[in-house]
Ligand binder design. Structure first.
Ligand code: NAX
Length: 328
């Protein structure tokens, strides 16, 4: 029998954690034949709720679930971790400046990065979901010099999926017929969902839509502000869709992208497409055998260039800010 894969989830008692853990335990993260062991990391105040979730996980009698450990110690939580989902973060509260937000999150992601560095398995793959996801991933990565930098990724798959769904609604074509969409840049309001290389039922998406005003004034802001629209409607931030995107991100990373398609992941830039090296920025990527590669050679038109540059500029500012705080 296969040895279980250790999956560490931080913020396990939160709302994304609640939507995520059952899907991991049922085999949807890694595959229906891959046993998993869960490690739940919470802050002390969250431990009791995490224990409650673990009781429910037990009560599902998932055949693939080989154990659950709950802890408030990152060194224990990341011990032997093969997959690390960093969901818990410090949310922005009223009156909080960006510097305060970055500093508070530095206090979370720096020690977690160090614990991953010192204790995780050699093949560890890290996905940061907690916001500001790209810069939190950068902080964790900087604290883990012994782990290959490309193992630290940030989630833009929810933005990718939101964009797919908006295109499907506009064109009446099912999402399964839409390929090669790209989210560029930061997981923030400056992100850029790019349809110029996308295909809708085999035809170029920009030509099918043929309405640049709709792209600029409706599509892009709808995707970028979808998180706020969910909060407005639901009275709580996206949880099940965020958990779903985290499942998709890791599943694709491990099991690969479909032939002829690609996905979007926040990954350390190698300088491709003029994105400053080292920034964790979203790119079009293909995945195979547990590794990913940036899709090369795409033409970037004027419309796209301006928007990619604006989002990358924001990432550079965030990097400068965390440098100034001594977090990287
Ligand atoms: P919740 O506030 O429901 O849960 C967060 C949990 O993290 C809490 O249980 C808290 O106790 C725990 N936590 C805090 N600090 C911790 C630490 N140092 N170690 C371990 N656990 C810790 O938030 P939830 O709705 O689950 O969202 C989690 C994060 O995902 C937030 O930062 C949110 O902004 C972010 N999101 C990111 C998205 C993305 O696309 N990248 C989309 C959804 C979501 O908004």
């Amino acid at each position: 029998t296969r040895t279980p894969v250790n999956v560490t989830v931080t913020g396990a008692a939160g709302q994304i954690g609640y939507a995520l853990l059952f899907r991991i335990a049922s085999g949807q993260l890694l595959g229906a034949d891959v046993p998993v062991r869960l490690r739940l990391l919470e802050i002390p105040q969250g431990l009791k709720a995490a224990e409650g979730t673990a009781m429910e996980l037990d009560d599902c009698a998932f055949p693939l679930l080989r154990g659950i450990d709950i802890t408030d110690d990152p060194n224990t939580a990341f011990d032997g971790a093969n997959v690390a989902l960093l969901v818990g973060a410090r949310p922005r509260t009223k009156g909080m400046e960006r510097g305060d937000l970055l500093e508070a999150n530095g206090g979370i992601f720096k020690p977690q990065g160090k614990a991953i560095n010192d204790h995780a398995a050699d093949d560890v793959k890290v996905l940061v979901v907690g916001n500001p996801a790209n810069t939190n991933a950068l902080i964790a990565q900087a604290a883990a010099p012994d782990v290959p930098a490309e193992r630290f990724t940030a989630m833009t798959r929810l933005d990718h999926n939101r964009a797919l769904s908006q295109l499907a609604a506009r064109t009446g074509v099912p999402v399964s017929e839409i390929r090669r969409l790209t989210i560029w840049g930061n997981h923030s309001a400056t992100q850029y969902p790019d349809v110029f290389h996308a295909e809708i039922a085999g035809k170029n998406a920009a030509e099918v839509i043929d309405d640049q005003a709709w792209l600029a004034d409706t599509f892009i802001p709808t995707v970028a502000k979808r998180g706020a629209a969910i909060i407005e409607a639901r009275g709580a931030s996206s949880a099940a869709s965020a958990a779903n995107a985290a499942i998709d991100h890791v599943h694709t990373w491990v099991n690969g992208t479909a032939e002829g398609d690609w996905t979007s992941m926040g990954i350390p830039s190698d300088g491709s497409y003029g994105v400053a090296e080292g920034l964790i920025s979203s790119f079009p990527v293909t995945c195979k055998d547990g590794t990913y590669e940036i899709v090369q050679g795409l033409d970037v038109n004027e419309f796209s260039r301006t928007r990619i540059d604006a989002s990358v500029k924001e990432l550079e500012e965030e990097r400068e800010a965390v440098r100034g705080l001594g977090l990287i």
